[in-house]
Design a protein around this ligand. Sequence first.
Ligand code: NAD
Length: 285
Amino acid sequence: MTTTPTFTLRDGAAMPAVGFGVYQIPAAETETAVTAALEAGYRHLDTAAAYENEEAVGRAIAASGLPRDELFVTTKLWVQDAGEAPSRAAAGRSLERLGLDHVDLLLIHQPFGDYYGTWRTLQELQREGLVRSIGVSNFAPDRLMDLIDHNEVVPAVNQIEAHPFHQRVADLALLEQHQVRAVAWGPLGQGRGDLFTHPVLTRIAEAHGASVAQVVLAWLLQRGIAVLPKSVHPERMQENLAATELTLAADEMDAIAALDTGVSTAFDHRDPASVHALGTTRFAV
Ligand code: NAD
């Protein structure tokens, strides 16, 4: 079994560099998938209230019998629960669904609605021990800068879309400047486009006897970016975790750097239509 290396967060917490993401895994299949991921060696799980599968993640954790301190569990609060009081209640509901007395990382899922109120609550929940680390997701550099400037606690992480076709160079520079750990969602481009057959990525993969997925994950990890690949197939789970054993040469890193299109393959969080669509979506949580 592969042991995942960890990244140290600015608050001192150790976060496994490769996490298992459960977005779009139907609730009925999530317990099986998370159980397989834990068996493959994952110790970092990434869910969200909006994924509507926290209960199933909790059941897999409970059934695993793993000591709680060997697991790093992240969840996120959705926009409908933004604000001081709603976010406190929502955090309580997430803990209940997960069957945990604390989470290792609680994130503001989207920078919409009263996320300043949410952040004040997250700071309190951290002081109270209900969450170990607090962070944000999908925060563009200007929003992150403003949040840092007008609050006590600097986010431990910003979870953003990042992969070879959308590399986020300016975003990453600001994160590094403030020691905010970057966590890549959609690290495999969500399986969209020609990522798995791209000639540059295929050439590098063949040179290492590795898969394209491993090359892409290693390229992110080597630059200090944590990754959350998602797969429901145990062999791919293992393959993705083993990316930590691959080291790319400088010219290979540069060749991948040249693939940036600067465009999201999912949502542009600065586009008013996306802001409206995401910000008004409600979940039964
Ligand atoms: P991803 O980039 O992990 O792509 C997943 C797809 O890649 C899978 O459906 C599968 O088809 C394919 N895949 C995975 N491993 C493979 C392999 N070894 N070989 C070939 N194909 C492979 O995309 P994702 O699931 O959207 O993102 C990963 C995680 O990031 C999510 O599960 C979730 O936890 C998190 N996420 C967060 C946000 C956010 O707004 N914070 C948004 C999306 C995803």
